[in-house]
Design a protein around this ligand. Structure first.
Ligand SMILES: Nc1ncnc2c1ncn2[C@@H]1O[C@H](COP(=O)(O)OP(=O)(O)OP(=O)(O)O)[C@@H](O)[C@H]1O
Length: 271
């Protein structure tokens, strides 16, 4: 289970990207984070993976606090978090198989990692995972020979072979056409069930979140302002998520979100 408590992030530029966000993600649920540009969605995912250091708050994965770890401890904990990126994050000149096996590098000794010497079991698992994501037979293709949708499937396979405890997914469909986007979202929901792990997805496209997520979280101006099932995300809820940024920038007290004060699902303060 991922448990985030009162997470804050202020960049050195002074930008307050997260202002006390708390949430839990567990089981094999698919949770979509939506919100306007600049709401803090990417910062949230990057803080969980410690690609960005939070300013304060706690992040626990299966009871282990991920903040303040030594480099070695962080390396071990990162193995537990599969990360999937908007721009795929592949090494374009390497083969599909080499890219997928990169997900196992964190398990190798430094010497074997240097030589890219993977156990046979890792290679078997990588091949089976490539079949699973619909890329069987593409092992030897270079990554730059693939379409965007295929590249994202390689990114998903690389995360899955880590055998992570959670998948963190940052805008997986932003570079894809609508049909491919739906196929990628479908695959992610199937992986959550097959691997029995939760999936936390930042996503711009609200309709995709509604179709594929079990739960939707709305961020606005660094705060969690909505949390509920897709069916709870009615027009009023959407309005709150997408209006809050504009209102808070003209609200000197910074407490404009939830100002309608009528909907119990709207979260007006950090928990
Ligand atoms: N590296 C950084 N240095 C300084 N400020 C940053 C940095 N990254 C993000 N920010 C600021 O933090 C705030 C939140 O940005 P973030 O990228 O997390 O939002 P987002 O919801 O993911 O937006 P988008 O949907 O456009 O990607 C914004 O004000 C942004 O300008």
């Amino acid at each position: 289970m991922l448990s985030v408590e009162n997470l804050e992030k202020t960049y050195s530029s002074g930008d307050e990207a997260l202002k006390g966000v708390s949430m839990e993600v567990s089981g094999n649920e698919v949770v979509a984070i939506i919100g306007p540009s600049g709401a803090g969605k990417s910062t949230f995912i990057r803080c969980i993976n410690q690609l960005t250091e939070p300013t304060s708050g706690s992040i626990e994965l299966d009871g282990v606090d991920l903040t303040g770890l030594s480099d070695g401890e962080l390396r071990d904990q990162r193995r537990n978090m599969g990360m999937i990126f908007q721009e795929y994050g592949l090494v374009e000149r390497l083969s599909v198989m080499e890219n997928v096996l990169a997900g196992r590098l964190g398990y190798l000794s430094a010497w074997n990692a240097f030589r890219r010497d993977f156990p046979e079991e890792d290679v078997r698992h990588a091949r089976a995972t490539l079949d699973r994501v619909g890329l069987g037979g593409h092992d030897d293709n270079r990554a730059d020979e693939l379409s965007g949708g295929q590249r994202q499937r390689v990114g998903i396979a690389r995360a899955v072979v880590q055998r992570p405890k959670i998948l963190l997914v940052d805008e997986p469909t932003s570079s894809l056409d609508p049909e491919t986007s739906r196929a990628v979202m479908q695959l992610l929901t199937e992986i959550a069930a097959d691997e029995d792990i939760p999936v936390l997805i930042n996503i711009h496209e609200v309709e995709l979140a509604l179709e594929y997520a079990d739960r939707v979280v709305g961020l606005a101006d660094g705060r969690l302002v909505f949390e509920g099932s897709p069916s709870d995300l009615d027009e009023n809820a959407r309005d709150t998520i997408y209006r809050a940024t504009a209102e808070s920038s003209s609200d000197p007290d910074g407490d404009a979100e939830g100002s309608n004060g009528t909907d119990p699902r709207m979260i007006t303060e950090s928990r």
